[in-house]
Design a protein around this ligand. Structure first.
Ligand code: EPZ
Length: 438
């Protein structure tokens, strides 16, 4: 099992290039199931979740080419023949976003069998809203043996039909799953209380390029006019706003001066505004944020909210910064019920954090010392990397496979900025550029 070894104390200096957004690439790869023509996606990040999605689509019978480096981080997916519209438990348990294939499969094939994802480290994370929306679109749903089975209704021509859908809660992949299903439904679908994350907008851009008729993506009300068929398309995935936010905090925390390039600052307004509150200085250009961490950090309270609020996926990283800011920061996690696992690991490094339910009180200005720590989920591991960058001594972070799920080459990127970081153990197997079928 891989470990990262980080010696803290170096300010990060230089330029880092942000990769494509994992959470946009995953739904866009699932969208390729909606057509029998090739879909080409560019700016795909080389992370474990993309590899898992490749296996998932290939297991259904899709042809998935995935290449990095010379191939410009590109995948070509041809879902001509889908012999097995299924997502098995052994894949879904490693990546709950596999449930994104549910809507496309039932819309395209008239049936789908997808493992229920089960809980994960950060919360129960049910998919009841995905299921409720599909039933409103006319799918017949049964749940048994840990699987969801969805079929279209032969009484209704084996097609989904348009509906009015109001989400009881704002759900990102729920919005994406049903958006994809609605593109092939008969008639109009109006979805309200939708997620407004940029990744939803990116998916809608791909779907419209494939011939869908979607209006309002990125707002809380989305209208879809269903069509008979979708065709292939080429699409470039948006930059990863969470990776960009993570590097912005890394620069601020280490007192560095870093150009975070190939990002979209308009996706980071809440994060940048909060960091300004803590005293971080930035210069913002169209695709770059220059971060100057030469000011002492001041405490600032933070609440996670759905987009455009402060993203829950940046909460753990912000907590690492709060441990070094002068004063006390109150952090409220309003999206997930158990997303403070990183707090205890930060306390082992010397942080002063008290967790009560969904609120954490961080008394800042506490020097951190190196320790052997354990990553528990994707963003918690990012938080431990940030803390290790300013801790005294050499920190060892175990189970960094969590990190590899969503950060491309993080140690190379940090090393290029002057961090003392190395990976020990089996190197994450890099896939050959040649196309392959599972
Ligand atoms: C997406 O997860 C992201 N994953 C998560 O990023 C992110 O943390 C989350 O949105 C919130 O922004 C991907 O996009 C692949 P939700 P998702 O449905 O869609 C409840 C990362 O670190 N809910 O928006 O699964 C749910 O329990 C990952 O990259 C229901 O109750 O999250 C939660 O409390 C982690 N029923 C809230 O809604 C449902 O049917 C928001 O969850 C669906 C969700």
């Amino acid at each position: 099992m891989d470990k990262l070894v980080i010696r803290g104390g170096n300010p990060l200096l230089g330029t880092v290039r942000i990769s494509g957004a994992k959470n946009a690439a995953l739904p866009c790869m699932a969208a390729a199931l909606l057509t029998d023509e090739p879909v080409i996606l560019e700016n795909i990040p080389q992370v474990r979740d993309i590899e898992t999605t490749r296996k998932l689509l290939a297991a259904m019978g899709a042809e998935v080419e995935l290449g990095y480096g010379r191939a410009q981080h590109r995948t070509t997916i041809s879902a001509r023949l889908l012999a097995a519209p299924e997502a098995s438990y052994d894949l879904v348990k490693t990546m709950r976003a596999s449930t994104l294939v549910l809507g496309p499969l039932v819309a395209r094939c008239g049936r789908a069998r997808v493992s229920l994802p089960g809980g994960c480290a950060i919360g129960a994370r049910p998919i009841d809203l995905h299921i409720k929306g599909l039933e409103l679109l006319g799918a017949i749903i049964t749940q048994e043996h840990g699987y969801v089975e969805a079929t279209t209704d032969p009484q209704k021509g084996n097609r989904l039909h348009g509906a009015e859908i109001v989400f009881d809660k704002i759900t990102v992949t729920g919005t994406e799953d049903l958006l994809m299903a609605a593109t092939l439904a008969v008639g109009e679908t109006v979805m309200t209380n939708c997620a407004r994350e940029p990744e939803v907008g990116d998916l809608a851009m791909l779907l419209n390029a494939m011939g869908a008729h979607i209006e309002g993506a990125g707002t809380s009300t989305i209208r879809v006019q269903g069509v008979e068929k979708l065709h292939g398309a080429r699409h470039r995935i948006i930059p990863d706003r969470i990776e960009a936010g993570t590097f912005i905090i890394a620069a601020a925390l280490t007192g560095g001066d870093v150009n975070v390039t190939c990002c979209d600052p308009t996706h980071l307004t809440a994060v940048i505004q909060k960091l300004h509150e803590t005293g971080v200085k930035t210069v913002i250009k169209s695709d770059c944020v220059r971060v100057m961490g030469d000011q002492a950090l001041k405490a600032a309270d933070m609440n996670t909210e759905e987009y455009p609020g402060f993203p829950t996926d940046m909460q753990a990283q912000y907590m690492a910064l709060a441990t070094q800011a002068e004063g006390t920061s109150m952090i409220s996690e309003n999206i997930f019920e158990n997303r403070f696992m990183h707090a205890q690991e930060l306390v082992r490094m010397g942080a002063n954090i008290k967790v009560e339910g969904r609120r954490a009180t961080v008394r800042g200005g506490t020097p951190l010392s190196s320790a052997a720590v354990l990553a528990s989920d994707l963003r918690a591991s990012a938080s431990l990397v940030l803390a290790a960058l300013v801790a005294d001594g050499e920190t060892i972070i175990d189970r960094v496979y969590h990190l590899d799920r969503g950060y491309e080459n993080i140690e190379e990127k940090l090393k290029s900025l002057g961090a003392e970081i190395r990976r020990v153990g089996n190197i994450f197997p890099k896939r050959a550029a040649a196309p392959s079928r599972a």
